[in-house]
Design a protein around this ligand. Structure first.
Ligand code: TYC
Length: 108
C-alpha cells in the first residue's frame, strides 16, 4: 500500500482528490426575460433584492434585458437557482407583472 506523503492521491487503496482537482457542483445561469409590461423600477428592485446587485449594476442589467431581450443575473448551484426563479415569479405575480425568469445549465 502506498502511504507516501509525497503521493497524496492515494490514501490506503482509495484514490482521493488532490487539492487542484476539487469537485464543483454544476452551475445554472439565471436570466431575466424582457416583456412590455413590467416596470423598469420593479426589475431593478428584483436585481437588487433577489440577486444582490448594487443599484447601478441592477440598472445596467435591466437596460441590457430591455434592449437585448434577455440578460444574465448570476450563476448558482441548482437549488439556489431554482429558488431565485421561484422568488422572482412569486414577487412578479404578487405585483401584477408578467416578468419571466429562466435557468439553464452552464456547460463549462
Ligand atoms: N421592457 C420593460 C419596459 O419597457 C422593462 C423591462 C426590463 C421588463 C427588463 C422586463 O426583464 C425585464 N417597461
Amino acid at each position: 500500500m502506498n502511504m507516501s506523503p509525497y503521493e497524496p492521491e492515494l490514501e490506503g487503496d482509495i484514490a482521493t482528490e488532490s487539492e487542484d482537482e476539487v469537485r464543483h457542483p454544476p452551475m445554472y445561469r439565471v436570466l431575466l426575460l424582457n416583456d412590455d409590461y413590467t416596470t423598469m423600477a420593479f426589475v431593478v428592485e428584483i436585481l437588487v433584492h433577489v440577486f444582490s446587485k448594487s443599484h447601478s449594476e441592477a440598472e445596467r442589467i435591466m437596460i441590457l434585458v430591455h434592449r437585448e431581450g434577455a440578460g444574465l443575473c448570476g450563476a448558482y448551484p441548482y437549488e439556489i437557482a431554482e429558488t431565485k426563479v421561484d422568488t422572482v415569479h412569486h414577487l412578479a405575480r404578487e405585483n401584477g407583472f408578467p416578468l419571466k425568469c429562466i435557468m439553464e445549465r452552464d456547460e463549462s
